[in-house]
Design a protein around this ligand. Structure first.
Ligand SMILES: [Fe+2]
Ligand SMILES: [Fe+2]
Length: 169
């Protein structure tokens, strides 16, 4: 069964959202590189790569379901930030917006009784829970480190180790 035009359009939009997220994370990574936060830079760099993988998952799914891929323009992301914490807060806002889009997709798939798409989307629903949690935890730690450069550097180190252990899992 081919995918409906409505779901096809919504998935094309989602591909654009994932690529935009990837772009935004790379820009955040560059900000951290400029400011000598190696761990946070690595965190955002890997995040950027993950979002690209998400985009390609949607892309492949659309092809597998007989849909037409129409890539959208990617907006220029923010490249300058006020603080480490403000970067992670932007990241959280971005993840929350992506979660909402995935829920919207899920709802369309349910309304259409397109259970293949519902099943496909479940992975993303779970992934968003993990991603929001990881970013929220980091924001909590950054709040504790506020005004303390030593703690901030420890967190930068922690971010590096955290992502290194993610990669080996
Ligand atoms: Fe994503
Ligand atoms: Fe994400």
């Amino acid at each position: 069964m081919d995918i409906s035009p409505k779901l096809e359009a919504a998935i094309n939009e989602q591909i654009g959202i994932e690529f935009s997220a990837s772009h935004a994370y790379l820009s955040m990574s560059a900000y951290f590189e400029r400011n000598a936060f190696d761990g946070f830079a690595q965190w955002m760099r890997l995040q950027s790569e993950e979002e690209r993988v998400h985009a390609v998952k949607f892309y492949q799914y659309l092809i597998d379901r007989g849909g037409v891929v129409r890539l959208l323009a990617i907006e220029a992301p923010n490249w300058d930030f006020e603080s480490v914490r403000s970067v992670f807060e932007s990241s959280l806002a971005q993840e929350q917006s992506v979660t909402q889009h995935i829920y919207d997709l899920y709802k369309i798939a349910m309304d259409e009784s397109d259970f293949a798409t519902v099943s496909f989307l479940k992975w993303f629903v779970d992934e968003q829970v993990e991603e929001e949690k990881a970013v929220s935890d980091m924001i909590d730690k950054l709040k504790m480190a506020e005004g303390n450069p030593d703690s901030l550097l420890l967190l930068d180190r922690y971010a590096l180790e955290q992502r290194a252990s993610d990669a080996s899992n």
